[in-house]
Write a protein that binds this ligand. Structure first.
Ligand code: SAH
Length: 420
């Protein structure tokens, strides 16, 4: 249940001349040719440039990489998320088919744990047509996902699909890979985004005496081959479009790509049904300067050696909620420790402890529980946020049939799970 050391990073460093230098050279050329770029443009290049981006080449998730995520710490995390989808599927009246769509699946660990729950509940799902759809831009990580989920038996560029790769899970469920959520076929879908939105490019703005200015990345004229932040000399289209007149903060980060994606999810859920679960670190519209880098589990200067470190910014859940434009109901954000507690993590831990007979495994179980739940570790830092069809939490019958007393099923995780 507790993960042994794992990782997908590091080794790319050994391929050819230092990739960090190649990305820096590419950016210096670009900046010399066109002048300073927005932080969003810099972040997009550093993370997902098709040749040298961090996720494209390195994507170092796990103990031996640059950062560790909850699914990599304990299988219990993904199992409880799998149960959340089953619970919503039951609340929706057990539709005959659903797609599980994961955005940014990393090493595929979370999807693997969710799939195991689906397979354990096979008798419940036996009449349901389930398929998995992964949205992943990194060729390196999609290979790792294919290995994890299909045992390496995935086919590239299938002719009949909008997907760039397809395969069959170890438990017999079809899996498809796409670069963009727009390529995923429509249909009743459950969406999952764990530590995905924080990797999307942000714009940064600073309040000055002359009004709002966008923060840009430029070449430092004093130090050769070094980058620095500068402020735009005047307002840019982004300052006009993204800063609200009532804004009270002095420094603001906005992630328009996150807004576009959450809007797409809300439209799809409104039209075809389903639910979305988003888990990430973040705030509710109060955060300021949260842009940071991680390399080998240590904070890393965001402007140093681009392409060799993970760059991230806190997710603004208030902005995500606003961008759903009321097409769906939203729940949360609530703290990870509350969500997992409501999902029954304590009971699951007790069962695993009772079933493990060596002290090393028990110690590892308690350690991973502490990592996920301790408020000073991931317990308070990570949040859960959900999109649900509007009728999920409203009584449509009430007006016409006031005598109807059928109680609405509570949403697992956001309420205590009813174990029947
Ligand atoms: N969910 C995983 C991995 C998080 S890292 C976990 O929690 O362990 C972020 C993931 O998002 C990686 O798989 C990365 O390659 C992917 N990613 C980053 N930007 C993306 C984009 N614009 N579109 C699709 N995937 C992206």
């Amino acid at each position: 249940a507790a993960r042994p050391s794992s990782g997908a990073g590091g080794e790319a460093e050994a391929e050819g001349p230092s990739p960090g230098t190649a990305m820096l050279r590419h950016l210096l050329l670009k900046l010399r040719a066109t002048g300073p770029v927005t932080v969003a443009e810099y972040m997009r290049e550093a993370l997902t440039n098709p040749g040298q981006g961090y996720y494209t080449r390195r994507g170092g998730i796990g103990d031996s990489g640059d950062f560790v995520t909850s699914p990599e710490i304990s299988q219990v995390f993904g199992e409880l998320i799998g149960i959340w989808y089953i619970s919503e599927w039951i609340a929706a009246g057990k539709p005959k088919a659903f797609q599980l769509v994961e955005l940014g699946p990393g090493r595929g660990t979370l999807a693997d744990d969710v799939l195991r729950v689906f397979s354990q509940l096979a008798s419940l799902l036996s009449k349901c047509d389930v398929s998995i759809h992964l949205v992943e831009v990194s060729p390196k990580l999609s290979e790792i996902q294919a290995l994890m989920l299909t045992g390496g038996k995935a086919q590239s560029n299938p002719e009949d699909q909008s997907a760039y790769m397809k395969g069959i899970s170890k438990t017999g469920i079809p899996i498809f890979w796409y670069r963009d959520i727009q390529d995923v076929p429509p249909g009743y879908s459950f969406y999952l985004a764990h530590e995905f939105f924080d990797a999307l490019p942000i714009h940064k703005f600073q309040r000055t005496e002359k009004g709002w200015r966008e923060v840009l990345v430029d070449i430092d004229p004093e130090v050769p081959d070094q980058l620095r932040f500068v402020l735009s000399p005047s307002s840019t289209p982004a300052t006009e479009n993204f800063i609200q007149p009532e804004e009270t903060r002095d420094h603001v980060e906005v992630c328009p790509e996150a807004g576009v994606i959450i809007q797409r999810l809300a439209c799809r859920i409104e039209k075809d049904g389903g639910a979305a679960l988003v888990a990430d670190y973040g705030h509710d519209g109060t955060g300021t300067d949260t842009f940071r880098g991680f390399r080998n589990h240590k904070l890393h200067d965001v402007l140093r050696a681009p392409g060799t470190a993970d760059l991230t910014a806190d997710v603004d859940f208030g902005y995500l909620r606003k961008m759903t434009q009321g097409r769906t109901t939203t729940l949360g954000p609530i703290k990870q420790r509350e969500f997992l507690k409501n999902m029954g993590i304590d009971l699951r831990l007790q069962v695993l402890l009772q079933n493990s007979h060596d002290s090393a495994t028990r110690k590892q179980l308690l350690h991973s529980y502490d990592m996920l739940m301790n408020p000073k570790k991931m317990g308070d830092r990570f949040n859960f946020f959900a999109l649900l069809p509007r009728h999920r939490l409203a009584h449509p019958d009430k007006k016409h049939k006031p005598e109807s007393k059928s109680p609405l099923l509570p949403v697992a995780g956001f309420d205590e799970l009813l174990l029947k």
